[in-house]
Design a protein around this ligand. Structure first.
Ligand SMILES: [Zn+2]
Length: 157
């Protein structure tokens, strides 16, 4: 491809002011020496000037309104997600606090019961393990429900 052809391809971009500094200099240098490219350049420039003079098209009101409604829905969905994450964190923290807080109580009661009723500590420990496991299961179910709700909401959106 000759320099002449290459410049011809760049003229439209130059008229749209879309060329980089180096390319623009190359075009300008060629235009000074080549009259046929200069003539074409004038045509492109006139076209570009005419295009800029055209009134800017306005988006239809209905489209603007629909976009606005969709944006609000997206924002609301984001808020919902943040709330779910917060709720999830709270549930986990709550179950852990419950488990850790229960331990001293169970210890105290079991120690008391040991001296009073002579129950084995082993059984109490098994009970606490079961209780802890139940807490985890409840937390897991809660996470699953939130996850499912999440997926449904996403599909609906
Ligand atoms: Zn030329």
């Amino acid at each position: 491809m000759s320099e002449h052809e290459a410049i011809r391809k760049l003229l439209a971009l130059a008229a749209a002011e879309a060329l980089e500094e180096g390319e623009l200099r190359r075009v300008e240098e060629h235009l000074r020496e080549c009259s046929s490219c200069a003539a074409e350049w004038d045509a492109w420039r006139a076209l570009a000037r005419g295009m800029r003079g055209l009134p800017t098209p306005q988006a239809p009101a209905l489209l603007v309104e629909r976009t606005r409604v969709q944006m609000h829905a997206r924002l609301a969905a984001g808020r919902d997600r943040r709330l779910n994450a917060w709720l999830m964190g709270f549930l986990v923290l709550f179950s852990w606090t419950l488990v850790l807080g229960t331990w001293p109580v169970v210890r105290m009661v079991s120690t008391g019961a040991l001296s009073w009723l002579d129950l084995s500590f082993q059984r109490t420990w098994t009970g606490l393990a079961g209780y802890t496991l139940m807490g985890w299961v409840v937390g897991g179910v809660a996470a699953l429900i939130i996850g499912l709700r999440h997926a449904t909401a996403r599909r609906a959106a």
